[in-house]
Design a protein around this ligand. Structure first.
Ligand code: IMP
Ligand code: MG
Length: 324
């Protein structure tokens, strides 16, 4: 059984909570797009942990996978693994797998994201995690893949061809000398890469085998439908495809395999960052929704813009995702 779950609005619909409810039924919980721009909060007793890259449902028995369509910041991943280990949740290579082809978010991607947002007169309000620039490198075939950072020699070979052009870009966009030093600081990445090597896997192969054996797979979308890079509210979108069809493409699972598509809907609407929000309400009511709903971004802490439930927007999301 293959189930896909996506946010039907602008993200932050509470997908993490729903995945938590469903996780017990699944053998696999898989991320197929996005990066550490996403975020969900896990509460264990009195402890609160904020996660950005590890899929929801980490507290259950499901195996967690990071698909090759994700952009992965290895330093963030390492921190999350450590914080989970600290509270006694064992993240070994039975629990977690990362596809060898996953694009790595490099320090220069984060810098370029910051600099381009600074140069824009019309801001997007990105999370400044380097998401767009990591995806640009995938498409322009200048990416560093997860497998590359697990081996120093192949990493150095690859990066030597990439550094010169990134330097030109950074300088043209106003990077300072210290920005440039930080942008090409790779020691931590290589150290973490070596440590994370044990998680390496082939997600498409694993999932196809699992589905053939009748196992239950849940593909968990990040962000929300109207932040989709093709079907969303350009230019105020994220840099990946967030709708259900994206799961098949990004995971390497054929569309005939899909059994269920679940959409998560919040009874009101929120948006973090710039862009249209036709039903936005300001003043006292907006403030009330924000306070009651705890509507502050998990990743950036920014207050979310709040508004009334938007039926036409949901109708469009139903079509884009084919919710069952
Ligand atoms: P980026 O993904 O950091 O490039 O940000 C692009 C837009 O998507 C900005 O408006 C962000 O606020 C928004 N965004 C990115 N990730 C999330 C998320 O997980 N939830 C809600 N909004 C997000
Ligand atoms: Mg979130």
């Amino acid at each position: 059984m293959f189930t896909i779950i996506t946010g039907s609005q602008f993200g932050d619909e509470g997908k993490g909570k729903i995945v938590d409810l469903l996780a017990e039924r699944f053998d696999y919980v898989v991320r197929f797009q996005g990066g550490d721009n996403a975020g969900h909060t896990v509460k264990v007793g009195k402890l609160t942990i904020k996660l950005h890259t590890i899929p929801s449902g980490v507290l259950y028995n499901a195996r967690l996978l990071i698909g090759p369509g994700v952009v992965l910041n290895p330093l963030v991943m390492k921190k999350e693994i450590d914080s989970l280990m600290d509270i006694g949740i064992r993240i070994d290579n039975k629990k977690l797998g990362i596809d060898a082809k996953t694009s790595v978010i490099m320090p220069y991607h984060v810098k370029l994201d910051e600099l381009s947002e600074r140069m824009r007169t019309k801001k997007i309000g990105t999370t400044k995690r380097g998401i767009a620039y990591a995806y640009m490198d995938k498409v322009s075939r200048e990416e560093v893949r997860f497998a590359d950072i697990t081996d120093k020699k192949s990493f150095e070979e690859k990066i030597s061809d990439i550094i010169p052009q990134k330097k030109v870009m950074l300088k043209a966009m106003g990077a300072t000398d210290s920005d440039i030093d930080e942008a090409f600081e790779f020691d931590d990445i290589l150290a973490v890469g070596k440590e994370l090597k044990r998680y390496i896997t082939d997600v498409s192969l694993e999932l196809n085998q699992a589905l053939e054996q009748g196992k239950n797979v849940l593909a968990e979308g990040a962000q929300g439908t109207h932040l989709d890079v093709i079907h969303g509210t350009q230019k105020y979108v994220t840099s990946s495809s967030t709708i259900a069809g994206s799961a098949c493409m990004n995971l390497g699972v054929g569309p005939r395999r899909v059994d269920e598509v679940i959409g998560v809907v919040k009874a009101y609407i929120t948006r973090v960052g710039e862009g249209p929000l036709p039903t936005e309400v300001g003043g006292e009511i907006g403030e009330y929704l924000r306070e009651k709903g705890g509507e502050f971004g998990t990743t950036t802490g920014r207050p979310r813009r709040c508004g009334w439930f938007d039926a036409p927007l949901l109708r469009k999301a139903v079509k884009l995702n084919g919710y069952t």
